[in-house]
Design a protein around this ligand. Structure first.
Ligand code: PCA
Length: 325
């Protein structure tokens, strides 16, 4: 007994010299595959934090829903089950309309406008997350959302009855308004959903089309850029505040860089992945005028529904956005 205590004391003294003192490790579940640019950006963020803190804070990234499934990531961070995580903001749309705004079709269809919409909504978005004791670190958009089909389509009515994969309440609503049949499927389960015929169409980005080898199941991509939904990285506020002020500052600094880098990576990825789709035989086009006009009609209806739900606060955000354009 005495001997082992002595040994323990020796070991404790020896420890600080051997490794850096008080190292903190954060577990970080993310929903999307390793090859995706969001995941790569997050891995760079983790490296930057580790370098800036001399290894005092390590972030272990678990991509593709491998540690925690997408639908559970927000609650896991909120509950402190993990310290930090990523999810798509619109997956929370049923909690608060502010989470749906970036996914209302045709409100913001370019990176420039998506950036302005983000700025106009940022304070409310942060407040909604802070009410759940989470601190937003950075938010990065997906490329514009387009339509993937297993046959050419000319008009929106060609989508009637299509089994359309959805990933948020808005993509579900969009499918409904197009008289398609929505089915919620996360990216890691997409290949199986197409193979088994549960779905035969989807609205998503060039990036996700490539990550899921869309050419194995689909023939056409209509690059209508209906909206640029954003992912967000949030940290449990208590976990953040448990760090020294210097380390907190290093996290926030790396987050700022990750946000700027992520927006550029998204635009670059879109251009590159559009080519990859074509190289694999997907027929890429902007879609007929008729198709675009009916999609915009659906978008207008969804915008009206959003404004009604979001009330005066929502209308104020939209006004700030319109005035910034
Ligand atoms: N890819 C993700 C969300 C938006 C996107 O482009 C997905 O398909 O689930």
């Amino acid at each position: 007994m005495k001997l082992s205590r002595t040994l323990l004391a020796v070991a404790l003294f020896a420890l600080p010299a051997a490794s850096s003192l008080a190292e903190t490790v954060w577990q970080m579940p993310t929903p999307y595959p390793q090859a995706n640019f969001h995941t790569q950006n997050i891995e760079q963020f983790a490296k930057d934090v580790e370098a800036a803190t001399d290894g005092e804070l390590k972030i272990v990234v678990h991509p593709a829903g491998s540690l925690i499934k997408h639908a559970e990531i927000k609650n896991a961070v909120r509950a402190g089950q993990v310290e930090i995580g990523e999810f798509i903001i619109s997956s929370l749309a049923n909690e608060d309309p502010i989470f749906a705004l970036d996914s209302v079709p045709f409100v913001a269809t370019s990176y420039e406008d998506a950036g302005k919409l983000y700025q106009a909504s940022k304070a409310d978005l942060s407040a909604a997350l802070e009410r759940q004791r989470m601190t937003p670190l950075f938010s990065v958009p997906w490329p514009g959302q387009g339509l993937y089909t297993d046959r050419p389509i000319e008009i929106a009515a060609d989508l009637q009855g299509a089994r359309m994969r959805a990933y948020s309440p808005q993509t579900e609503r969009l499918a409904q308004l197009l008289e398609a049949i929505p089915t919620q499927v996360e990216v890691p389960d997409l290949a199986q959903a197409f193979t088994t015929g549960r779905v035969n169409a989807m609205i998503t980005s060039t990036s996700t089309g490539v990550n899921t080898a869309a050419w194995d199941y689909l023939t056409n991509f209509y690059d209508v850029s209906a909206f640029l939904p954003k992912n967000i990285v949030v940290v449990n506020t208590r976990a953040l505040q448990a760090l020294s002020p210097e380390i907190q500052a290093a996290v926030l600094d790396a987050a700022g860089k990750a946000e700027a880098r992520g927006w550029s990576m998204s635009a670059e990825d879109h251009a590159a992945m559009r080519k990859v789709l074509e190289e694999h035989g997907i027929i890429v086009s902007e879609g007929s005028d008729e198709l675009n006009a009916s999609l915009m009609e659906v978008g207008a209806q969804m915008a009206a529904e959003w404004s009604k739900e979001a009330g005066a606060e929502g209308v104020a955000i939209l006004e700030t956005y319109q005035n910034s354009k």
